[in-house]
Design a protein around this ligand. Structure first.
Ligand SMILES: Cc1ncc(COP(=O)(O)O)c(C=O)c1O
Length: 498
């Protein structure tokens, strides 16, 4: 049997979650009947032209969430006892379910009115790229070069730490992170980012994403105002919003956040990416940084500085982080090892003004009682042995060469083009001329020939609805593609677009 599922390859939602959502919606609306046998994963992957793994993962999630159940050797069926029977969905949650009809909504509410309401409301953010394995050349953004992962030293340090671990593997540790790592980070930050902080001000987190959750927990109440760059990083916007923040977009121009447009009212925090604006790539000039700090002092807002890829500065002298220029304790600084070592490590840190350290440590402890000791111990020695600085030096050179290859290839095949974000980081942005299709269409055309290039929403960027920035900007990550792949990918794209 066939079921009808429409997939949108341009959607910011992964194919897997589109399949999941579509089947769930059809079950809830009664189109897929209770107890019905579902098509096999093989049939469905052939019908939809996506990988079988995508379907398997969507089915696994539908089973885990109670929409389907499977009988060994027989097949997968629609569950007669749906999870919605035990949940009352609130109006706003229903809104996020998208295209559910009024009729379906009424039906769900009628069926679920007895149970406690679901309180969480969040928009989908997906950093996992479901297309990656299907693409021959992927300019996916913000991924370190897999071949540069320091595998040998990581293995040696892991074995060393394990063999001397004593009770370290069986004890709970300080939820703020092991002191030696916080000290190593504080010492690294002084020369690298101009930040002079005490290790006690640092909290180790599960990447910046968790840092944002910790900070939101500490600073956001319902309707707290939060200034966001427009466009901005989805992970930040959706996290703050999910804690009840009201987001105030402030436009970004070619120099980054337009500080003249900062609102003149009581603001809780401003989330900014001054080193390499995400997604458009500008480096915020010194005068704007000074104005931003003055504005924070005037309005009482905290500045959340996300310094995600500042380890890579390709031209011009490195600018001290805004946190390094802050003399009054208004900046919360966030750093990550996702870009400099590997995203799967899930290791980052926040540096907090002293009055926020206690609440943030408590929030972190309530979230997860601290990060894995082994990862922290290995990273500590990776930094203190000097291996981290050497690793950075090596990959900086590599990324600079790749950036240059990408710029050259784009110019060779597309002529005199408008690029931004070249000064640093791991991706650049092409502002495409009107003669080319819109970026989401170019993304699709490229995908069809095995090349991954990304429109803003597909690259986890949020444009606050008006598409002003999304239409013509196309993102190219270059850190995880070789020079040969870069040249090949751009020549294929050019051939297809001409
Ligand atoms: C601007 C920005 N901030 C933060 C992150 C997430 O970093 P982490 O892996 O440390 O959670 C990303 C990931 O791509 C990013 O682009």
């Amino acid at each position: 049997m066939q079921i009808s599922i429409n997939l949108n390859p341009d959607s910011k939602q992964s194919l897997q979650s589109q399949v999941f959502e579509s089947i769930r919606e059809q079950i809830l609306s009664g189109r897929l009947k209770s107890g019905m046998l579902m098509p096999s994963t093989r049939m469905l992957n052939e019908q939809l032209g996506v990988s079988r793994n995508t379907i398997i993962l969507a089915y696994d999630r539908l089973i885990a969430e109670g929409y389907l159940y499977s009988k060994e050797t027989v097949g997968t069926f629609v569950n007669p006892n749906l999870p919605e029977d035990s949940l009352m969905l609130m109006e706003d949650t229903l809104k996020y379910l998208g295209d559910l009809s009024e009729n379906t909504i009424q039906k769900i509410n009628k069926n679920t009115s007895k149970r406690h309401p679901v309180a969480f409301q969040g928009r989908v953010q997906d950093l996992f790229n479901p297309f990656h394995d299907q693409l021959e050349i992927d300019f996916w953004v913000g991924r370190p070069d897999p071949e540069s992962f320091p595998i040998n030293i990581w293995r040696q340090l892991t074995l060393k730490k394990l063999s001397h671990s004593g009770s370290s593997m069986t004890e709970y540790h300080d939820a703020a992170g092991i002191f030696e790592l916080r000290k190593a980070i504080a010492e690294h930050l002084r020369p690298a980012r101009g930040i002079d902080c005490d290790p006690e001000q640092i909290i180790i987190v599960n990447g910046i994403q968790e840092g944002l959750n910790v900070v939101a927990r500490v600073l956001i109440k319902q309707d707290t105002l939060a200034v966001m760059e427009c466009p901005c990083y989805q992970g930040a916007a959706y996290t703050l919003e999910s804690y009840g923040a009201k987001l105030i977009p402030v436009p970004v121009d070619k120099e980054g956040l337009n500080v003249k447009k900062l609102p003149d009212k009581k603001i809780g925090l401003a989330y900014v990416t001054p080193s390499h604006q995400y997604p458009l790539g500008a480096t915020l000039p010194l005068e704007r940084r000074v104005r931003l700090l003055d504005w924070a002092r005037e309005t009482g807002a905290y500045i959340v500085e996300d310094d995600y890829d500042s380890d890579f500065r390709h031209q011009g002298s490195p600018l001290t982080a805004v946190a390094g220029q802050d003399k009054n304790g208004y900046v919360i600084y966030m750093g990550t090892f996702s870009k400099s070592i590997g995203a799967a490590l899930r290791l980052g840190y926040i540096v907090l003004p002293t009055e926020l350290v206690g609440p943030a440590r408590t929030a972190k402890a309530l979230m997860d009682n601290g990060h894995s000791w082994l990862d922290q111990a290995v990273l500590t020695e990776f930094i203190t042995s000097g291996a981290y600085v050497k690793h950075l030096r090596r990959i900086r050179r590599k990324y600079l060469n790749r950036r240059d290859s990408l710029v050259k290839a784009l110019q060779k095949y597309f002529g005199n083009i408008k690029l931004s974000g070249l000064e640093g980081g791991m991706h650049l942005v092409w502002h495409m001329p009107d003669s080319l299709p819109e970026s989401k269409e170019v993304q699709k055309i490229a995908q069809d020939i095995g090349v991954g290039v990304y429109s803003l929403p597909a690259a986890a960027a949020h444009d606050f609805g008006k598409k002003r920035y999304s239409k013509r900007n196309l993102l190219f990550g270059y850190s995880s593609t070789s020079k040969e792949q870069i040249v090949d990918g751009i020549s294929r794209l050019a051939k297809e677009l001409k």
